[in-house]
Design a protein around this ligand. Structure first.
Ligand code: SF4
Length: 344
């Protein structure tokens, strides 16, 4: 699976699939109000991949509501999360609207418009109860299903469960929210966690980050209940690490996207390894790396690119933790999921 298929910004696996072709609330009034308040003349709009095709219509609707001197621009940059703001456009606009993701960091300039899934969660949660053992359960979900978080909690409580939730770190806006790169909200006092959301990527990350917990997946989008099994995933990662063990020349990728930069990590690797080369880029794709004559890469940007798209790169692509294992600084047993903390 590629980042394009399962990333935060892609709505196809989140229950926000456009096949329902429903109308979203783009909160145009809030945007218009902000334009008036700030006497704005330039408005930037950024949509996640799954909603880009709606961009021109939203721009049309906005233009009808705004004074004639206001220019509305749409970002054409790929967008997979609130880590991925179009900073070029942001700098050139007075009001910048980011649709579809919860804020990673608040800023006066940015208006975040969340877009929630409309799928029912109750039936799949009922079904998932068969997999739960004991009364204590942690509850997490993705930003797309956050609008139903209290409903999820109530349902579990009504069935007699003690529901454990917490807000994660600064990278997460809501209590119980997880990101593909951050599972701090599952640091709760329960041996099992119920993940409600689409796809397998988040619960796999969750299970790897919290190996002591059973992770039950209630997927209302694909209508399936399962238990996260990290074995296959671990095998893939071990295989990549093994392939990279003989590497001489390393490409160390520093991602320039605003919320994906881990400069210190990248810098440290390059300082300690004279055969490592720092490569800066925004989108990390196989095509962009193909012409680099490296034996292996280490990606300090979005961990999902490494784990989801890894096999598509012409040379092994590792996370920073996996790199340490491949070069012999850490033992193989220390292989863990790559997570991000903090904002920017
Ligand atoms: S860095 Fe985190 S928030 Fe950004 S696209 Fe990757 S998984 Fe999602």
């Amino acid at each position: 699976m590629s980042q394009n298929e399962f990333s935060e910004g892609d709505l196809r696996n989140t229950g926000m699939a456009l096949k329902h072709d429903r109308e979203w609330d783009y909160e145009l009034e809030r945007i218009v109000e902000a334009v008036h308040e700030r006497d704005a003349e330039k408005v930037g709009l950024q949509f996640p991949e799954g909603l880009k095709r709606r961009g021109p219509k939203v721009a049309d609707d906005l233009r009808e509501l705004l004074p004639e001197n206001v220019t509305v621009m749409i970002s054409g940059q790929p967008c997979y999360g609130a880590c991925d703001l179009d900073t070029f456009l942001m700098k050139r606009t007075d009001v910048f609207v980011h649709f579809g993701h919860s804020p990673m960091k608040e800023s006066e300039k940015i208006i975040y418009v969340p877009l929630f899934s409309n799928v029912e969660v109750a039936p799949i949660i009922e079904e998932s109860l068969e997999e739960l053992e004991g009364e204590d359960v942690g509850l997490v979900t993705t930003a797309q299903h956050m609008n139903r978080f209290e409903e999820m909690r109530t349902l579990l409580e009504e069935r007699g469960y003690e529901v454990h939730t917490r807000r994660g770190d600064d990278r997460l806006t809501h209590e119980g929210q997880v990101l593909g790169c951050n599972y701090a909200s599952a640091d709760i006092d329960a041996d099992q966690v119920l993940y409600v959301g689409g796809g397998k990527f988040h619960p796999l990350g969750l299970a790897m980050e919290h190996p002591e917990k059973k992770v039950v997946i209630a997927d209302p989008v694909n209508n399936v209940v399962s238990v996260a099994d990290t074995e296959q995933f671990m095998k893939q990662r071990y295989a990549s690490v093994h392939k990279a063990m003989d590497a001489q020349k390393w490409g160390v990728i520093f991602c320039t996207k605003i919320g994906q930069g881990r400069w210190e990590t990248a810098e440290r690797i390059v300082e300690e390894n004279e055969n490592a080369y720092l490569i800066t880029m925004d989108e990390v794709t196989p095509d962009r790396l193909r012409n680099f004559d490296m034996d292996a890469f280490v990606n300090t940007g979005c961990p999902r690119i490494t784990t989801d798209d890894g096999p598509r790169f012409h040379k092994p692509m590792l996370t920073p933790g996996e790199y340490e294992i491949a070069v012999g600084n850490e033992p193989l047993e220390d292989l863990s999921f790559d997570t991000f903390h903090g904002t920017w």
